[in-house]
Design a protein around this ligand. Structure first.
Ligand SMILES: C[S@@+](CC[C@H](N)C(=O)[O-])C[C@H]1O[C@@H](n2cnc3c(N)ncnc32)[C@H](O)[C@@H]1O
Length: 540
């Protein structure tokens, strides 16, 4: 039962039923019960929250009308102010928690409410893990039309699909057939300070009482100074910050010091509206095992004024930095990196280790951001591959060869493919660095390279895929079906595209046996999973 009480003097009193059986969705493609919204902008309403969207917003309903309330948890009664009303749903701002959920905790981050980086700090960690598993289950059922063992259906478990991730056009509930086991999410013992990489956007703010080194005033840039932090929720407004509780301390320290040096040298930040200004992002990366750090200055221009001073000051002020890199991005884009990268000082790469394997990582290469959980994820992928030492394995979307080298320790031969040429250079270097001779790498789109490998006669026993959020290319899925490996191991950072692709593989003759969610991103809504598929008829 959800209660909505209008308070804006428009004469409406809202009282309504909530808790329908199917998931809410913003696109309105499901049955829209109400065409005229029973609430108006600026109404203060009391809402019982019945679920959580995949973006982490609480969901309340009135007569089938849905309100999304950021910061509210399932089971809570909250007072919220209606901010936006669309035809079949609206958004409301959390004003007061009338009756809290037992899963509610105090978010420890001082800027949690403004910052868009984390979405679940207000939820107990054990509840986050449970919710993430349910998110995977929902996606498999709704999008993949898979039957999940022991699943009771999304609407009964308080999870609501927001629709924007592709879950809107199918009904809740699984289909008859084999049941997929979805394991409890593997969480962290210490779910803070887990990120090894920070990519921090830079901006300008009106100067206050900022002083430079030795208390000297910083150069006057029309009364403004350099700031840097993450974007406010749902905007490109930068929240200046010096501490992020999910970042490794080294990254916080680096970004804070680089900002300070930048201020003292009179560096301007790029303004995405005018296209003027220099510094766009500062990226800091640290090897958890080695302690080696890399700094990347991403600028809107080829020349950094006082570059020698920059480098000298960074080296002087920040111990542990092994690599200072400059990347040039002059484009009007949200993409962080441009195409031109050069080393300003030190090494082109830093090193880190995962499960005893050493990796060289260059500025633009993908490297999982949570190394503790990465080891869990990769061990599970290797377990699912069930290698005996003789198998031919393809690792598609291999990045710098991380999973490939884990697999190579147990396989006959691993063929890795990745679209970023620098990452493939790193992968080759990494194989050599670890004395691994049974792994070869090729740069190019997986959907082009793997069909060619097929023509060349490569017959894989196992194919591992770890695509970006958009999932596997259709042509690649077709090639996997044509190559008929005994096992497919699918590593995914997006349950929606995972479910979509599992359906294609199931229809092509594979059976999804089990899925293991892994919490790579505590306190955010993101969840990583690894799925095992076997070819029908190859396993009882
Ligand atoms: C989620 S990351 C996984 C990387 C690696 N498996 C790891 O765990 O570090 C996805 C990778 O796919 C690469 N990629 C994106 N599109 C691709 C494509 N069409 N073909 C091959 N690689 C691609 C990206 O550059 C990125 O390195």
């Amino acid at each position: 039962m959800s209660k909505f009480r209008g308070k804006n003097g428009n004469g409406n009193t809202k009282a309504a039923q909530g808790g329908g059986k199917s998931g809410a969705n913003r696109s309105g493609s499901q049955q829209a019960v109400t065409t005229t919204a029973p609430v108006n902008k600026n109404d203060d309403v009391t809402v019982e929250i019945i679920g959580l969207t995949h973006e982490g917003e609480g969901v309340g309903r009135a007569d089938g009308f849905t309100l999304f309330v950021q910061g509210a948890l399932p089971g809570e009664t909250v007072r919220a102010r209606v901010m936006k009303v669309k035809k079949t749903y609206g958004y409301a701002r959390l004003m007061e928690i009338v009756a809290p959920s037992p899963d509610r905790v105090e978010a420890p981050c001082a800027i949690y409410k403004q910052c868009g980086g984390c979405q679940l700090q207000h939820m107990d960690y054990a509840a986050q893990l449970k919710w993430k598993r349910q998110h995977v289950v929902d996606s498999l059922e709704r999008i993949g039309k898979l039957r999940v063992a022991g699943a009771v259906g999304a609407a009964d478990t308080g999870t609501v699909c927001a629709g924007s991730d592709g879950g809107s056009d199918v009904e809740a509930g699984g289909v008859p057939g084999h049941a997929v086991i979805v394991h409890p999410t593997i969480g962290m013992d210490e779910p803070w300070r887990y990120r090894n990489k920070a990519s921090v956007p830079m901006g300008m703010a009106v100067s206050g009482s900022i002083s430079g080194k030795d208390g000297l005033p910083v150069p006057d840039l029309n009364g403004e100074h350099l700031i840097g932090g993450f974007y406010a929720r749902g905007s490109h407004r930068i929240i200046d910050m010096d501490e992020c509780l999910i970042q490794h301390n080294s990254n916080d320290d680096i970004v804070a010091r680089v900002k300070k040096i930048g201020r003292e040298l009179g560096i301007t930040a790029y303004n995405e509206e005018t296209g003027q200004g220099l510094l766009r992002h500062v990226m800091a990366r640290v090897g958890f095992v080695t302690g080696e750090a890399m700094i990347v200055l991403i600028t809107n221009g080829s020349r950094i004024p006082n570059v020698d001073q920059w480098v000298a000051r960074i080296r002087e002020d920040i111990p542990g930095v092994m690599s200072i890199v400059h990347n040039i991005n002059k484009r009007d884009t949200n993409v962080i990196f441009g195409d031109e990268t050069r080393v300003l000082w030190g090494s082109e790469v830093i090193y880190d280790e995962l499960d005893g394997i050493r990796f060289a990582i260059s500025a633009r290469s993908f490297y999982q951001v949570n190394p503790v959980q990465t080891v869990e994820l990769y061990r599970k992928a290797v377990e699912y591959a069930a290698l005996t030492g003789s198998e031919q394995v393809i690792d598609a979307y291999c990045g710098i060869g991380t999973i490939s080298l884990f697999l190579a320790r147990k396989a006959g031969h691993v063929h890795g493919v990745e679209i970023v040429p620098e990452a493939i250079e790193d992968a080759k270097r990494n194989a050599a660095l670890n004395g691994i001779a049974n792994a070869a790498f090729e740069a190019g789109p997986a959907e082009v390279v793997i069909p060619r490998w097929r023509q060349e006669g490569i017959v894989p026993d196992v194919i591992v895929v770890d695509p970006p959020r958009k999932g596997c290319d259709e042509a690649l899925l077709g090639t996997i079906l044509a190559m008929k490996p005994e096992r497919v191991v699918y590593v995914s950072c997006n349950p929606s595209t995972l479910a979509r692709d599992l359906r294609v593989l199931e229809d092509g003759g594979y059976r999804t046996v089990e899925v293991q969610p892994v919490d790579m991103f505590p306190h955010t809504v993101h969840v990583e999973s690894v799925a095992l598929l076997v070819r029908n008829g190859t396993e009882s």
